[in-house]
Design a binder for this molecule. Structure first.
Ligand SMILES: C[S@@+](CC[C@H](N)C(=O)[O-])C[C@H]1O[C@@H](n2cnc3c(N)ncnc32)[C@H](O)[C@@H]1O
Length: 229
């Protein structure tokens, strides 16, 4: 893979996240919205699944257990995330991790029955190129599922862009759907997945102004965009 300066920035930033242990802690924040998404994906035991932007691999391991006769590939642009993912996954025989960018997925065409990507696609330098690549590696009748908390229709996340150290894309559900169609997907649709996590009385983090704003953000929920090949 030839690395562009943008890819290199992403690699360095998410390597820092990996070193700080964030790859593992994201499971706590992302599982409550990912679980309902998996319920919609109609995963069969013999499916081959790509987890694009897999981070430290917690979702890839859950998926590997759900496809005992299939195979899961976790891919991430951060080699440190992949290092963490591999170390935590040695007991999973049907799971491999590869370093790679969604711009140029290091896998053969028409292989995967499902592709999922959680909280990653708004970092992709060229989302259309990434979606075209996902379309390429999907088998006929396979489906792609992109889940994000940062999108234009939820006003409570807009301030994240300026707080993140790498450029992001704040697109609407309609814009993501258009990208899916332009990439060749059919039966494209979206839905919102409210986050059922109980809200704290007081919020002290840096992503929301206060607990009320966090609760409003979670009530609107994450954006799930999907389509078929
Ligand atoms: C917020 S983390 C989410 C990780 C994981 N999906 C999770 O839910 O814990 C975003 C991940 O996307 C990866 N990523 C960002 N841009 C990427 C790209 N162009 N290609 C592949 N991975 C990318 C990052 O390295 C990072 O691990």
């Amino acid at each position: 893979m030839t690395k562009s300066p943008t890819d290199e920035n992403l690699r360095e930033e998410f390597n820092r996240w990996a070193d700080a242990g964030k790859g593992e802690t994201m499971e706590h924040d992302h599982w409550p919205i990912t679980k309902p998404a998996l319920g919609l994906m109609q995963i069969e035991p013999d499916h081959n699944i790509l987890d694009a932007g897999c981070g430290a691999g917690w979702l890839s391991r859950i998926l590997a257990q759900r496809v005992p006769q299939g195979r899961v590939v976790g891919m991430d642009i951060s080699d440190e995330m992949i290092h963490h993912a591999r170390e935590a996954s040695v007991s999973h025989e049907n799971l491999v991790f590869v370093v790679g960018s969604v711009d140029e997925i290091p896998w053969e065409a028409n292989f995967f029955t499902r592709v999922i990507s959680v909280e990653s696609s708004y970092y992709w330098p060229d989302p259309l190129k990434g979606l075209r690549e996902i379309h390429r590696v999907l088998a006929e009748a396979g489906s792609a599922w992109i889940l994000i908390n940062y999108y234009r229709d939820n006003p409570y996340c807009h301030q994240w862009g300026e707080r993140l150290a790498v450029p992001t894309k704040l697109l609407s559900a309609a814009e993501w759907e258009t990208l899916f169609r332009d990439a060749g997907f059919m039966e494209v649709a979206h839905r919102l997945i409210p986050d059922p996590t109980p809200n704290p009385a007081v919020y002290t983090g840096r992503w929301f102004r206060d607990a009320k704003e966090l609760a409003a953000f979670r009530a609107i929920g994450a954006l799930l965009v999907y389509g078929n090949k």
